[in-house]
Design a protein around this ligand. Structure first.
Ligand SMILES: Nc1ncnc2c1ncn2[C@@H]1O[C@H](COP(=O)(O)OP(=O)(O)O)[C@@H](O)[C@H]1O
Ligand SMILES: [Mg+2]
Length: 572
């Protein structure tokens, strides 16, 4: 039997005279496999996936050496139309792949192009929409779908061609946490119930653990790791800038071998020695109290409803954020997180109650005064980028405020350098990748040295190492310049690792606030908040370690002690 996909010694050049974008790639994928592709931004994942689906060289011009075969047939010898019935592809930005105004028309588009009989088209549209859970939205306008629904529609579009292989290139980078779950559960269904062959590039390793069979890591333009997922997790992924799930990391630290556990339950089964040793242990952990009580932002009993809507989004929300504090704002979709940022930035006014910035009610501040204190990085960078070059984008606000052009240029260059964007300074921002546009939107806010920084999911669409770099950079500003940060986050591991305090919203009010540990303890008693604490916290709770660790570092002393014991026992 031939493989579903067979890539042999593949190298691809966008620029024939220059370096290849990928080189000497060899891999095979069998029917029914779900393969995860990881690698830092620019490592070549998209180039590889686009060479497999034939977009390279059919649509994107490039030179290829080596071969790509799908079910034994060389893709370069096939027409695009034929390829589209073999491989369906889903990209990062769903809007770029939706062409019709009505959901069912969008799905029908491909089969219509195949000139199938109307009955067959109707059947395919229904089947595909049912698969992705959008059948009830058949007649719905596409532009009114949520991000997750749009991306599921794009999956339905691909499925309507009845492809043998589905390729997804960072399908959740533009989606919020809910949309991300929707897409992943659709993929699970496709795998479990239909045995679909799936290739997906994705940064969120921990979230797809139970989903994928194999991991392929691209580094330095070629395949470096290609192993079943449990064995791949035994490798040092951090060295390649890739997120490592906490349980597999711990398992390795303890000296575990063979296959890595994927869940807390598996960890406790695989690692009975450590689990017995640490069960019920007390650890010396103290949460540092807030450094200063010098609020830069205060919400006092804030109520808010959007115009024309009768529903309260915020129902008496109160909290303060202090100078030199990094606060994560967490909570389920629709709990009011972005609304709070908009109120603080003065883009909305509270219906009742008061928002104070630097001690002053925002209603008594001019737009200019408020924006001199508050920097707001939107969830969608494209709503913020409107200049024609990267450099002018960063310089825009300080120039507008009439600052010295030379001084502005110096700062702009520094900050572009910091975010790895300097080489693109003369490019149009819209030619950058999604991740780079996010970094640029952050740079163009940070150049104004705000006292309060509002971040809406700051690491979305960034590879793990870049995301960690951004958070560390922001933390330096918190420590060195004493700014106050409010970061909306769905990633509890990041919230635990980087914030001083967590504020959890639930249905328009503050459900809990405190150190990450305090909030996670409350969260496990209140599953309806849908906050899933980091794995290390869940493991600590399962082993009754007191207090439970929220960061990997906090559990390492126990690991070291256990290892020392084991070593001593081995010698005795
Ligand atoms: N259309 C293109 N034209 C020229 N260079 C490109 C093009 N697409 C990607 N590249 C370059 O190829 C390399 C690999 O990029 P890419 O395949 O997009 O990586 P990834 O998907 O892992 O982020 C990068 O150096 C990138 O700048
Ligand atoms: Mg890519």
């Amino acid at each position: 039997m031939s493989h579903a996909i067979e890539v042999k010694d593949l190298s691809v050049w966008y620029n024939v005279a220059g370096e290849p974008a990928i080189k000497h790639v060899n891999l095979t994928v069998d029917e029914g496999e779900f393969v995860l592709f990881v690698g830092r931004t620019g490592s070549g994942k998209s180039t590889l996936l686009n060479s497999i689906n034939g977009v390279i060289p059919n649509i994107i011009n490039a030179k290829l050496e080596g071969s790509v075969k799908i079910y034994g047939r060389d893709t370069r010898l096939m027409q695009l139309k034929e390829l589209s019935t073999l491989v369906g592809t889903v990209y990062q930005t769903p809007e770029d792949q939706i062409f019709s105004l009505v959901v069912e028309d969008d799905v029908a588009f491909g089969p219509e192009n195949l000139a199938l009989p109307p009955d067959e088209i109707r059947k395919r549209v229904e089947d595909s929409l049912r698969l992705v859970g959008l059948l009830d939205r058949k007649k719905f306008p596409t532009f009114l779908l949520s991000g997750g629904q749009k991306q599921r529609l794009v999956i339905a579009d691909a499925l309507s061609m009845r492809p043998k292989v589905l390729i997804l290139d960072e399908p959740t980078s533009m989606l919020d946490s809910l949309g991300t779950s929707e897409v992943f559960s659709t993929l699970k269904k496709l795998r479990d119930e239909y045995g679909m062959t799936i290739l997906m590039a994705e940064h969120k390793v921990e979230r797809v653990l139970g989903l994928v069979d194999r991991l392929i890591l691209i580094y330095d333009k070629t395949v470096v790791i290609d192993k079943p997922i449990r064995e791949a997790l035994m490798e040092d992924l951090v060295m390649y800038g890739i997120e490592e799930p906490q349980v597999s990391y711990l398992y390795k630290q303890i000296g575990g071998s063979g296959k890595a556990p994927l869940t807390i339950e598996e960890f406790m089964k695989y690692e009975t020695g450590f689990s017995e040793f640490s069960r019920g242990r007390q650890v010396a952990l103290v949460d540092s109290p807030p450094k200063t009580l010098d609020p830069v932002v205060e919400l006092n009993n804030v109520w808010f409803a959007y115009e024309r809507s009768k529903e309260w989004v915020l129902k008496g929300t109160s909290f303060a954020v202090n100078k030199g504090e990094f606060v994560s704002l967490v909570g389920p979709n629709g709990s009011g997180k972005t609304t709070i940022l908009r109120l603080i930035a003065g883009l909305q006014k509270p219906s009742q109650g008061e928002v104070r910035v630097m001690g002053k009610p925002t209603t008594k501040m001019s737009r200019k005064e408020l924006s001199s204190f508050v920097g707001y990085v939107f969830q969608d960078p494209d709503q913020m980028l409107f200049n024609t070059t990267v450099l002018s984008e960063v310089e825009f606000t300080p120039r507008l405020m009439g600052l010295n052009a030379q001084a502005v240029r110096k700062k702009a260059i520094e900050i572009l350098e910091e975010f790895g964007l300097l080489e693109y300074k003369n490019e149009n921002p819209h030619r950058l990748s999604v991740g780079q546009r996010r970094l640029l939107s952050l740079a163009s806010v940070l150049i104004n040295e705000p006292k309060i920084l509002l971040l809406d999911e700051p690491t979305r669409a960034l590879d793990w190492e870049t995301g960690e770099g951004v958070l560390k950079f922001v933390k330096r500003l918190v420590r060195d310049k004493g700014i106050g940060v409010i970061a909306v986050s769905h990633n509890m591991k990041q919230a635990a690792d980087h914030s001083d305090r967590v504020i959890a919203l639930y249905s328009g009010t503050v459900a809990a606030q405190g150190t990450p540990r305090e909030v996670f303890m409350r969260a496990i008693e209140n599953p309806n908040w849908s906050l899933v604490p980091p794995q290390v916290f869940q493991l600590s709770v399962a082993l009754s370690i007191r207090p439970p660790a929220v960061k990997i570092d906090e559990i390492m002393p126990l690991v070291d002690e256990y290892k020392a014991r084991a070593k001593a026992a081995g010698k005795a």
